[in-house]
Write a protein that binds this ligand. Structure first.
Ligand code: FE2
Length: 392
């Protein structure tokens, strides 16, 4: 990330900064990885510490399913049931200690409470729906194709324009970053990066509320939700600056890297974190060597689990793909294109596929939510396209 400032801030850090009535604003340093990583300084109208009540916590820990099977998996993501409430709508499907892959179909905007994930950074990929992410750093409008990157500890609300919303959420226990190889020593995105600073949308609209009403927060910490009541609206920041803030990046702004021969998955990489990466597969021209095979080769990813979330378009290496489908190809067994798709791909000039990939180094574990939407025969789908149920 890079430096951003919004609203009014004093000339130096940690000096007196007063309101018109002479009272001091309340400075808050928001730092990550102790004092070693990105941070921002925020100036609140009221102190962010006025707790009035702490409610009973409840667990939202994923219920994992250990069937002791090493298998290719396919999940019908759009079969996840919509829920009115945002927190209830978040259904973890594949998890490990580094990340949680969550599907959500929330119907209603968050009006009654504010949410804070104190466990993890979040990347929310907007598959369906438009609206506004409201945060203490300012607001970000969102639409189909946006990645919303929300650093841990950010207090936020999601406002949706309609009820037909589909989100893919990746929770990361380490900070979400852009790939190191795309940044120079000052952090600027380099010429060979598939996106640049102009593609990153920063908060622009700062809300500064000044009241002493009581507000409900749900704070997620160690897979529990802690209901907290505070005095004063959480969006009472008059100004802030720093390197830590939520931002939006549209998958449609990812500029694909293409070549004469099949390019490997790292060219699609968009985000990095400890233990996993997030990649964007976007519409692009195919390989242009006269004997090229655009479909991917068979692949033994011995060291990682590969999750592909299908967003839109056609998928040249898969048959009968549906929107919102999610496949898991675990490390240890090879995977590859479906029968017939290799020959079919020869001579094709371009693809319109749109997909998000999450590759993890530690194995992922399925949850009960995943088991409920699994196509149990998917692992046999390479025999012929027709052998499995539902044609997958
Ligand atoms: Fe692969």
């Amino acid at each position: 990330m890079h430096y951003h400032s919004l609203g009014k801030i004093p000339r130096k850090r940690h000096i007196q900064f007063r309101k018109e009535n002479g009272e001091l604003y309340s400075e808050q340093l928001f730092s990550t990885v102790g004092f070693d990583d990105c941070y921002s300084n925020l100036y609140h109208v009221n102190p962010p510490t006025k707790i009035t009540q702490v409610g009973e916590p409840y667990s939202i820990a994923p219920k994992t399913v250990h069937d002791k099977q090493l298998k290719h998996r396919s999940l019908a993501g759009f079969n996840i049931k919509p829920e009115d409430d945002y927190i209830k709508s978040r259904k973890p499907v594949l998890v490990n200690n580094d990340c949680k892959i969550v599907l959500a179909a929330p119907r209603k905007s968050m009006r009654e409470y504010f949410f804070k994930n104190a466990d993890a950074d979040e990347v929310i990929f907007v598959h369906q729906g438009t609206g506004k992410l409201r945060t203490m750093y300012g607001n970000l409008p969102f639409e189909y194709g946006d990645y919303l990157v929300i650093p841990r500890g950010t207090i936020y609300q999601l406002e949706f324009d309609g009820e037909d919303n589909r989100l893919l959420i990746v929770e990361s226990t380490s900070p979400i970053e852009t790939p190191r190889r795309y940044r120079n020593k000052f952090g600027q995105l380099m010429e060979h990066a598939p996106f640049c600073e102009r593609d990153i949308r920063k908060p622009q609209e700062l809300e500064t509320h000044d009241d002493d009403a009581e507000y409900l927060f749900y704070i997620k910490k160690q897979d529990n939700i802690y209901p907290y009541h505070y005095l004063g609206h959480p969006f009472d920041v008059v100004g802030w600056d720093g390197y830590l803030f939520p931002y939006a990046f549209s998958i449609h702004d990812f500029e694909p890297i293409t070549g004469r021969l099949h390019m490997p998955p790292p060219i699609h990489q968009t985000f990095a974190a400890k233990g996993f990466v997030i990649c964007s597969f976007v519409p692009r021209l195919f390989d242009y060597h006269p004997l090229s095979i655009p479909a991917p080769y068979n692949h033994s990813n011995i060291d990682s689990d590969e999750v592909l979330y299908y967003v839109d378009g056609d998928f040249m290496s898969r048959k009968h793909v549906e929107k919102g489908m999610l496949t898991l190809h675990p490390g240890g067994i090879p995977h590859g294109p479906h029968p017939g798709t290799v020959e079919k791909s020869i001579g094709a000039k371009e693809t319109h596929e749109l997909a998000v990939m999450v590759d993890t180094f530690a194995p992922l574990v399925m949850t009960e939510h995943a088991a409920a939407i699994e196509d149990a025969d998917y692992h046999k789908s390479w025999l012929t396209a027709e052998i499995s149920q539902n044609g997958k």
